[in-house]
Design a protein around this ligand. Structure first.
Ligand code: CAA
Length: 408
């Protein structure tokens, strides 16, 4: 049981990413920058991208497919009565992206499906709602998905901080991975650090302001957390941060360390590195970023049952939440590490020409036309082992998806 007798938490967690990546050294060459600015100054090595036949829905399905592995008799599926899809790069202005996931995963019709948005923060809000649901109905489960493609305009300062990824969290009263502590520190304050008008394919961002807003939001959220008498942050085994780029997480830890005893610096810096193993290869995944950093910490950190991890979630515009989770006995069995990591290994590198063509395709007005980009058509046909979910086109403007047998 967690503090206050609360018992809902994360039963399983898995994540996925796009099947393509672009190397930051290549981008630096294209933009006339020193590679170290990107690889060290920003901390990013590679960025994931989705194929033309992939998007937030297919990445979400891949993550959920792993999560539901072994559920041959549908015991888990049939207990899911809430599906929340958190995203800021959704594919439709009206229909929730979760509706396609719901069908493709064969979830029961007696399920509440909804999409949520508040920049990169919404997965955390979804986890909170899902936890409340499970506390009310302990026999039921909730599926929380965070999935985003982060695509910025070419030749902007934000270009080296793109990426793509999805995370899936099964929330239930069987908190095999971690209990979620009910006490949180919150901070909301309207700001213009990052936004995307409806007509825009890419966001507008004031990068320097966004960094200041992020750090201020964390400071205020932690002050609120202290005022609510949550577990002391001195006792935490590690911290994970929303990671738009790895250096941002380093800046956040640097700020947090000012409140902690000096002997904490070394172990917490080590834990931070563990949280960045995936992020530095896949880039910003907006709503999924914090929770993929958490998965990375669980997979790479030397953590033990009962360890408490602090998490800072930030969404521009802006909302910050500081929360904590405590790890449960045997948590490492429920992380689906192998299949998620295999996806990083399977990604194909983009050449400079392909990167530019893919960017043009993803940001073109109206429905993108693959026949205009021959270099991408061929790439889109490539087989990827264990890939299952495909965006296959439009019919009357409606998006069509299908599941195919994996080649394994
Ligand atoms: N070798 C090593 N380091 C170098 C270097 C070199 N040759 N050249 C520069 N650097 C360092 C700089 O010193 C700097 O380090 P510090 O931040 O520690 O001072 C770092 O590299 C970056 O250099 P600049 O500040 O000059 O970089 P920039 O102005 O071109 O852009 C950025 C940086 C503002 C983060 C930009 O990439 C951006 O706008 N990104 C998108 C916005 C973003 O992610 N904001 C984060 C907070 S908002 C949020 O979290 C929500 C979200 O997901 C977007």
């Amino acid at each position: 049981m967690g503090i206050s007798g609360q018992s809902a938490g994360i039963e399983r967690i898995s994540w996925s990413t796009g099947h393509l990546f672009f190397d930051l050294e290549d981008l630096a060459q294209m933009r006339g920058q020193e590679a170290e600015k990107y690889t060290q100054g920003i901390g990013q090595k590679q960025m994931s991208f989705c194929l033309p036949s992939e998007d937030v829905v297919t990445m979400a399905c891949e993550a959920c497919y792993d999560l539901l592995a072994g559920d041959d008799h549908g015991e888990i599926r049939n207990s899911i009565r809430l599906l929340i899809f958190a995203t800021e790069s959704s594919v439709d202005q009206s229909k929730a992206a979760g509706m396609w996931v719901h069908r493709l995963l064969g979830l029961p019709s007696s399920c509440r499906v909804v999409e949520m948005k508040q920049a990169c923060y919404s997965t955390t809000a979804a986890v909170r709602l899902a936890t409340s649901h499970v506390e009310m109905f302990p026999e039921e489960r909730a599926l929380v998905i965070g999935s985003d493609e982060a695509i910025y305009s070419l030749e902007t300062a934000a270009e080296p901080t793109q990426g793509a990824g999805a995370v899936a969290l099964l929330i239930s009263s069987k908190a095999n991975v971690a209990l979620i502590d009910p006490i949180a520190g919150l901070h909301s304050e309207e700001s213009n650090d990052f936004w995307r008008p409806n007509r825009h394919k890419t966001p507008i961002v004031d990068g320097k302001l966004s960094t200041r807003c992020y750090l201020n939001s964390m400071k205020q959220a932690i002050a609120d957390y202290h005022s609510r008498s949550g577990p002391s942050i001195n006792s935490f085994a590690g911290f994970c941060f929303h990671t738009p780029f790895p250096k941002m997480a380093h800046k956040a830890l640097h700020q947090l360390l000012k409140q902690l005893p000096e002997e904490k610096e070394k172990p917490l810096k080590e834990q931070l590195k563990n949280s960045l193993t995936y992020c530095e290869k896949i880039g910003n995944c907006y709503s999924a970023s914090l929770w993929i950093a958490f998965a990375s910490t669980l997979n790479h950190g030397e953590l033990i049952d009962g360890d408490r991890i602090g998490l800072f979630s930030y969404g521009s515009g802006s909302v910050g939440e500081f929360l904590s989770v405590s790890l449960q006995p045997g948590f490492s069995q429920y992380l689906h590490r192998g299949s998620s990591e295999k996806r990083i290994m399977q990604r194909k590198p983009l050449s400079k020409e392909e990167y530019t063509a893919l960017h043009r395709f993803k940001t073109s007005d109206g429905e993108p036309d693959l026949s205009q980009e021959p270099v991408l058509e061929e790439m889109n046909q490539q087989p990827f082992p264990s890939r299952r979910f495909y965006f296959i086109g439009h019919e009357g403007g409606a998006r069509l998806y299908e599941e195919r047998d994996a080649r394994v």
